[in-house]
Design a protein around this ligand. Structure first.
Ligand SMILES: CC(C)(COP(=O)(O)OP(=O)(O)OC[C@H]1O[C@@H](n2cnc3c(N)ncnc32)[C@H](O)[C@@H]1OP(=O)(O)O)[C@@H](O)C(=O)NCCC(=O)NCCS
Length: 152
């Protein structure tokens, strides 16, 4: 099944299937609780798509993984894989593809839930496996989060 999955840049015409996946995983993200927040997020995704900073994993017509990143800030901004497609190295492939667009002389940062928060268990294990190390404890949309840093 995973052989059919293609990693590519997300295009504006993909926005509806992109948001379908966001709706499926929104409980894992602080700041996506309301319809207004989701609408704002949709516009944010369109901006990232226009800047060629949105990556998706496609299984035929279905999006099974999504990633947003900032080239200017060397930030991984958003990452999710459809629950039915997890543990098939789809997120890993999207991150590898993202790295081809990043400044390889600067460290890359991502923010995720702090240790002990159930929604953050998979993400923390994933980032550690990829070589990210724990960084600053911060807050985002009122949630307690932590930075993870990929050193060069
Ligand atoms: C985190 C997430 C993106 C990982 O996606 P994924 O495609 O399942 O990850 P991969 O298959 O590429 O995982 C690569 C490795 O990371 C580690 N890993 C991933 N998920 C893990 C989990 N739930 N528990 C322990 N280790 C895990 C494993 O070492 C895995 O390799 P293995 O399966 O050969 O052991 C996915 O679980 C997800 O969408 N979670 C909800 C949203 C989220 O938390 N996003 C990040 C917020 S910043």
């Amino acid at each position: 099944m995973v052989d059919m999955v293609k990693i590519e840049l997300g295009k504006e015409c993909d926005i509806d299937i992109w948001m379908y996946l966001v709706n499926k995983v929104k409980e894992n993200f602080p700041g996506l609780e309301t319809e207004e927040a989701l609408y704002e997020h949709r516009n944010t995704v369109l901006d990232f798509m226009r800047k060629k900073s949105a990556i998706c994993a496609k299984n035929e017509d279905k999006l099974v993984g999504i990633l947003l990143f900032s080239k200017d800030k060397n930030l991984l901004c958003f990452l999710a894989v459809d629950p039915e497609y997890r543990r098939q190295h789809i997120a890993e492939k999207m991150v590898s593809y993202m790295l081809t667009f990043m400044n390889s002389h600067k460290e890359i940062a991502v923010t995720t839930y702090r240790d002990g928060v159930p929604e953050g268990v998979a993400a923390r294990a994933f980032y550690k496996r990829l070589g990210f190390v724990e960084g600053k404890l911060t807050e985002e949309f009122g949630s307690l989060v932590q930075e993870f840093i990929l050193k060069i």
